[in-house]
Design a binder for this molecule. Structure first.
Ligand SMILES: [Zn+2]
Length: 153
């Protein structure tokens, strides 16, 4: 179904990225974000990346599986998609926040906390990039923190 509508390939933002293979309308489902659900965050692996998302209060989705190409979607400070939780039957879907053109990279707001953001630089290169992966509502707090602390990297 959605397998041919998006694809993964190297991204200018980081590593692999998720890309639209056709034009999408505003508010359209782009790709499912698949994985097992659990009431606690999945354990952090010894190596590699974490693809755990809190899709609802106290409900975690582990998107690390190979059957979840949407895990390669990068964060952006000006995302063109969002992750929408539709309940256990339909699961989570990356959904467009505006019309997308074929070939565009699909990005969403990872929603990281201030503490998480300090270890996750952002390279999305959008005009409003704050240089860290952090939830949009927390960006003013991050700017204050960076102003009053020494650079970390
Ligand atoms: Zn950014």
């Amino acid at each position: 179904m959605s397998g041919t509508e998006v694809e993964t390939r190297p991204s200018a933002i980081a590593g692999q990225g998720l890309f639209a293979r056709r034009d999408f309308a505003d508010g359209e489902r782009l790709a499912p974000y698949r994985g097992p659900l659990s009431p606690t965050p999945p354990p952090r692996p010894e190596s590699g990346e974490v693809f755990a998302l809190e899709v609802a209060e106290g409900l975690w989705l582990d998107g690390s599986g190979a059957d979840n190409p949407a895990r390669w979607a990068n964060h952006s400070c000006e995302p063109n998609a969002e992750l929408v939780w539709h309940g256990p039957a339909e699961g989570a879907w990356l959904t467009s926040l505006r019309p997308l053109r074929a070939g565009e990279e699909i990005t969403f707001d990872y929603g990281f906390s201030l503490a998480e953001s300090l270890f996750h630089p952002c390279a999305c290169r959008t005009p409003s990039c704050v240089g860290r992966i952090i939830a949009e509502p927390l960006r003013p707090a991050l700017r204050r923190h960076l102003r009053f602390s020494r650079p970390r990297d």
